[in-house]
Design a protein around this ligand. Structure first.
Ligand code: NAD
Length: 475
């Protein structure tokens, strides 16, 4: 019997009569069923969030923090079961699933310290002028399938800390762990403050278009982000969009190939490459290109692709069939164009599970589809460059602007290049590190607004300015 999950509305776990199947991408077997919610369930969730907002908007910092710490604690205490469930539905290896679950608990705890203090603009004999932040209201949170738990938490926590209430929709491909967390927190946060409902993609536009939702916080593809912006324009909902990326890594000639090869490998292949901030274009200086590309390819041959629940697996399957077919299509296109492969290149979809061999390309042209498009799969194009100006121009020649990295023995030189890159985040000699206290957001078509830190919290609030004229008492 396949386990059936319930959704969370107004502090209660609720069943529906319609169900959606959820598959394990390694076995293609159904591993759970979740409610197929539609407009009626959404209305109930929004009504519950609206009712809860009336009191939650006036909650104290301590009450908000207690709710967020309760969520962090529930995830941490149940982490051993949650990470296994996450691998079952998402595919990532156990070690990476563990990282996501315990990382989400840590993020919730860290962000429960965030608050926006009042700012006194003027306070003298004539006027007291105060800037405060007030919660926008009911938030609609829409989450993708690559990091279902961290993305849910990074929407729920700032919503609660700002005094908003939320209706959250996981991806239909990966709703199980989020609904399990819903069950764990149902009686730990005030009823109606957090509502979690599941449904097909078609539930997304209903959220964006709902007249009683005040803000949308979305993580997903740039194509869907544009639809959300359009939908939200009808009643000028506030929006935060965390979208796609085509991040460039730049390896300078003074980087030590033996030291950086493995880190570069994982910067592209973590979570089977299904990371918005994965290195999707790797530019290596011509002086070290041959040595470093050989070291990366040699290391790739030691990494096992397989079922994430099996010991020894380094890279799991692609999360869903549609994305699997898209990645295979990009590899086929590279083969058709005669580009050279250092590893991978097989595109036989006949086996069970959505597995793609680790694919490293040897200096494909800049306009190759597999370079110019976001692959979102276990694919790493290595490209040669000869001058700094040239590589900066190539790195910036993208409609995306999410993140990037510079690898060098000279961190100051790394910073100099970082400041010329048109992206929201740049790492020098590391990858994928995000601080709960620094704004994370994309430039250009990688996003709109930011998450994390006070900057992210602000996005859940309106500014309000209250002015008291002191020398004009009227009564
Ligand atoms: P997606 O856009 O297909 O789906 C994301 C979510 O939006 C899902 O919950 C889906 O059901 C919902 N949705 C689909 N159509 C909708 C619509 N018309 N209106 C409202 N909601 C709708 O994205 P995905 O395939 O799940 O995720 C992969 C993409 O997400 C990649 O492009 C990746 O780079 C991006 N991503 C970005 C970040 C970031 O922080 N910048 C993080 C993770 C993933």
């Amino acid at each position: 019997m396949v386990p059936q999950y319930k959704h969370l509305v107004n502090g209660e776990m609720i069943e529906t009569s319609e169900w959606l199947d959820v598959l394990n991408p390694a076995t293609e077997e159904v591993v759970g069923q979740v409610p197929a919610c539609g407009a009626a369930e959404l209305d109930q969730a929004v009504a519950s969030a609206r009712a809860a907002f009336k009191t939650w908007k006036n909650s104290t910092f301590e009450e908000r923090q207690a709710a967020c710490l309760a969520i962090a604690g529930a995830i941490k205490e149940n982490g051993q079961d949650l990470y296994r469930l996450l691998t079952t539905e998402q595919g990532k290896p156990h070690a990476q699933a563990k990282g996501e679950i315990f990382g989400a608990a840590g993020l919730a705890k860290a962000q429960s310290t965030l608050q926006l203090d009042d700012e006194i603009i003027q306070d003298d004999d004539t006027r007291h002028h105060r800037h405060r932040r007030v919660p926008v209201g009911v938030v609609g949170g829409i989450v993708p399938w690559n990091f279902p738990v961290s993305m849910a938490i990074q929407k729920i926590i700032p919503a609660l800390m700002s005094g908003c209430t939320i209706v959250l929709k996981p991806s239909p491909f990966t709703p199980l762990t989020t609904l399990k967390i819903a069950e764990l927190i149902a009686d730990k946060v005030p009823a109606g403050t957090v509502n979690i409902i599941t449904g097909e993609d078609s539930l997304g536009p209903l959220i964006t278009g709902h007249a009683d939702i005040d803000k949308i916080t979305f993580t997903g593809s740039t194509a869907t982000g544009k639809k959300i912006m359009e939908g939200a324009s009808a009643d000028l909902k506030r929006i935060t969009l965390e979208l796609g990326g085509n991040d460039a890594s730049i390896v300078l000639p003074d980087a030590d190939p033996a030291k950086v090869a493995q880190q570069l490998f994982w910067s592209s292949f973590m979570n089977a490459g299904q990371v918005c901030i994965a290195a999707k274009r790797v530019y290596i200086h011509e002086d070290i290109y041959d040595e470093l590309s050989a070291a990366i390819a040699d290391y790739a041959k030691t990494v096992v692709v397989g079922d994430g629940s099996e010991q020894g697996t380094g890279v799991g399957p692609i999360q869903n069939k549609k994305q699997y077919e898209r990645v295979l299509e990009l590899i086929e296109d590279a083969k058709d164009n005669g580009y050279k492969f250092l590893t991978g290149g097989d595109t036989d979809p006949s086996g069970t599970g959505y597995f793609v061999p680790l694919t490293i390309l040897d200096n494909p042209p800049e306009d190759a589809r597999i370079v110019a498009e976001e692959q979102f799969g276990p694919v790493m194009p290595l490209m040669k460059f000869s001058s700094e100006d040239e590589v900066i121009e190539r790195a910036n020649a993208s409609e995306y602007g999410l993140a990037g990295a510079v690898w060098t023995g000279d961190p100051e030189k790394g910073v100099e290049i970082a400041e010329k890159l048109e992206t929201g985040t740049v790492w020098i000699n590391e990858f994928m590190h995000l601080s709960p206290f620094a704004p994370f957001g994309g430039h250009k078509q990688s996003g709109f607004g930011a998450e994390y830190g006070k900057e992210g919290l602000k996005e859940f609030t309106y500014p309000q300015v209250i002015t008291v004229k002191k020398d004009n008492v009227v009564a």
